[in-house]
Design a protein around this ligand. Structure first.
Ligand SMILES: Cc1cc2nc3c(=O)[nH]c(=O)nc-3n(C[C@H](O)[C@H](O)[C@H](O)COP(=O)(O)OP(=O)(O)OC[C@H]3O[C@@H](n4cnc5c(N)ncnc54)[C@H](O)[C@@H]3O)c2cc1C
Length: 247
């Protein structure tokens, strides 16, 4: 049985593009209808494969943006010099087909039964799997308290801004804007550092579990900062999206 399930997850399949939602100038959420999807857990990702007419193929990983039980969706940020993300964010049309496989990953996963306070740290598009976790928390009626610190370059770059702006019991959202702040900005400014983490994350004494996601440099700084605050390394789950860029 396990072999069959594993083979299912690792087999490429076609998925219809069911919806496209523009989140920011450079970010798009793609709703997907795979032919055969056994469901996923919050925090997992999938792989997308594109094949050019000459047979050239490119594969990339994308975190799943939707909660378990919702229509499958990914949220992709366009990188100007990227190979795959400009196509996914600019050229893809509703009704097109993509190849995908998944769900993938068993480590950066949150289960609704868990009762540790959640410290969620996102850099740029690293918000995507954390959004799935927050939606799963809401859908399942979990009362686990959550604190999200989201680092973006500017306010217009904040993904899911309306959704995150809605009040949900037990969820505190704070932002830091690293490049530019609008007039009257009352949130944090600049890149994350020890002082900001001490203010925005649950204290280690609360026995929280942390999920940290974003560009590699963001994840490394944030995870080291949490360990510096006394988080046991095993309580800091990290997902690196790669690359050097940072919010
Ligand atoms: C587990 C996992 C989950 C991911 N989830 C998401 C997601 O939810 N949304 C999303 O938009 N991306 C996500 N990514 C990143 C994604 O897989 C691609 O790396 C990204 O879309 C760039 O692909 P590309 O072909 O456009 O760029 P490439 O042609 O691969 O790269 C172009 C240039 O951009 C740089 N670069 C590559 N990746 C990044 C990055 N993430 N940030 C900044 N610069 C980069 C490269 O060094 C290169 O200079 C995830 C990656 C992993 C490993």
């Amino acid at each position: 049985m396990a072999g069959t399930a594993l083979r299912g997850r690792l087999t490429w399949q076609a998925a219809r593009v069911a919806s496209l939602i523009r989140e920011t100038a450079s970010v798009c959420t793609i709703g997907l209808e795979p032919r055969d999807w056994a469901g996923h857990r919050a925090g997992q990702h999938l792989d997308v494969r594109l094949t050019a007419e000459d047979g050239y193929r490119a594969e990339r990983s994308y975190s799943i943006a939707s909660a378990p039980g919702e229509q499958l969706a990914i949220t992709v940020e366009r990188l100007e010099d990227g190979e795959v993300s400009p196509y996914l964010t600019e050229e893809l049309q509703v009704g097109d087909e993509l190849e995908l496989r998944g769900p993938i990953g068993g480590y950066f996963v949150w289960e609704p039964g868990e009762n540790s306070p959640l410290t969620l740290l996102a850099g740029g598009s690293g918000i995507v799997p954390l959004r799935s976790i927050l939606r799963d928390r809401l859908r399942t009626g979990s009362d686990v308290p959550a604190r999200l610190l989201y680092s973006s370059r500017t306010l217009p770059d904040v993904i899911y801004r309306d959704e995150l702006g809605q009040q949900h019991d037990g969820v505190q959202v704070s932002y830091t804007l690293t490049r530019d702040q609008p007039p009257g900005w009352t949130g944090h400014t600049g890149r994350i550092n020890a002082d900001l983490l001490a203010e925005a994350a649950w204290p280690a004494a609360a026995d929280p579990v942390a999920y940290v996601c974003g560009p590699t440099s963001f994840v490394e700084t944030a995870a080291a900062g949490l360990v510096g605050l006394g988080y046991p390394p095993g309580r800091v789950k990290t997902e690196r999206f790669g690359a050097t860029g940072g919010p």
